[in-house]
Design a protein around this ligand. Structure first.
Ligand code: AHG
Ligand code: MN
Ligand code: MN
Length: 337
């Protein structure tokens, strides 16, 4: 691809908007700000280790997890950037107990609410392993011009108008959907632009990679244990045994399985009786993306995006990836529990 063929994120956003004559450009403006915020966080991620941004903050978040400096930097930066864009009336974040209301004349007229996991895979920050940001965007239910309410956030995933993730990996990528397929953009540092690199990603319906923290094996539900054994059995016709790959960063594990085929699982465990991953800002956005690529995302029995949230930080068991792999683990859960 020569330099003249590159499609930048902003060009792509505008081309997409042109396909919807009634669009007023608000979502485009918001997505542009997400891209800019991602570039700033990426800059800090890339120089982490050289400046004082590694390590613990010495504080804990609402999840009771030790906050890393980069968790807080990413959280603060996305909040400030999205507040200034004027399209968002409030934000919910993994790092904040309640939602952050933007109660000024401009932001009160924002049509959208934004939910995020500002820094996913925090345990990997200090050891230079890929991390990410996950976001989800809904149209507010409350009246434009008034204060946002909790009801704006407690919507099923099927109501998302956009969702995506940033992967700060060997290269930095932004992958997002607005409901008509998913596209991946790779940051070209030489021009400081996200450039279209993965057009209309399709998730293979079969895969040969399974991802979960097998350290929790003894406490997994019986069906999950049986499925893991199924993955490990030798059967040439179905390319088994599969490969086990687990990075411990949801965005990284999901991105690999999205492109290559595979299944990511976070079942209930003794320390996480509802599952560990958060429905609103981890599972729903990832579910939207994986479904848009042709894959599947469930809680083991029900479609993730049809779950009705009752609280901002609620957790859910999570199985997502290649359709036939998710169907297979659901079969085992149905039979063995
Ligand atoms: P976060 O860093 O935002 O808290 O998310 C971490 C999540 C997710 O990224 C990953 O898949 C999972 O935690 C790993 O959990 P375990 O270390 O328990 O396997
Ligand atoms: Mn996370
Ligand atoms: Mn996080």
């Amino acid at each position: 691809m020569n330099a003249f063929e590159v499609t930048t994120l902003n060009e792509f956003i505008l081309e997409k908007q042109a396909q919807f004559p009634q669009a007023e450009g608000d979502l485009s403006h918001l997505l542009h700000h997400v891209g800019t915020a991602a570039k700033i966080v990426n800059r800090e991620v890339n120089k982490a280790g050289l400046v004082d941004i590694l390590g613990e903050m010495g504080s804990t978040n609402v999840q009771g997890e030790d906050q890393k400096k980069l968790d807080v930097f990413a959280n603060d930066h996305f909040i400030n950037s999205l507040h200034s864009c004027g399209e968002v009336c409030a934000i919910a974040s993994e790092e904040n107990e309640s939602f952050i209301l933007f109660d000024d004349d401009v932001a009160r007229n924002g049509k959208y609410v934004f939910l995020m996991d500002p820094l996913d895979g925090s345990s990997n920050i200090d050891v230079n392993v890929s991390i990410g940001t996950i976001f989800s965007i809904y149209k507010r239910k409350s009246k434009v011009g008034e204060k946002a309410t909790m009801e704006d956030f407690l919507q099923p995933g099927t109501e998302q108008v956009a969702a995506g993730y940033v992967l700060y990996g060997s290269s930095t990528m932004l992958v997002y959907t607005t409901g008509d397929g998913i596209n991946g953009f790779t940051l070209d540092p030489s021009i400081g632009e996200f450039c279209l690199s993965h057009k209309l990603i399709k998730n293979p319906e079969d895969g040969y990679i399974y991802s979960l923290n097998e350290g929790n094996y003894l406490k997994f539900p019986a069906g999950v244990k049986q499925y893991i054994k199924y993955c490990q059995e030798k059967d040439e016709a179905t390319h088994r045994p599969y490969s086990s790959r687990y990075i411990g960063s949801l965005v990284s594990d999901v991105h690999r399985n999205l492109l290559k085929g595979g299944i990511f699982m976070y079942p209930v465990t003794e320390s996480a009786p509802q599952g560990k991953l958060r429905l609103l800002y981890e599972c729903n956005p990832i579910a939207f993306i994986i479904e848009q690529a042709g894959g599947k995302a469930t809680n083991g029995t029900k479609r993730i995006m049809e779950l009705n949230p009752t609280s901002l930080h609620e957790r859910t068991p999570f199985y997502c990836g290649s359709t036939n792999m998710v169907l297979k683990v659901e079969e085992f859960i149905k039979v063995f529990g």
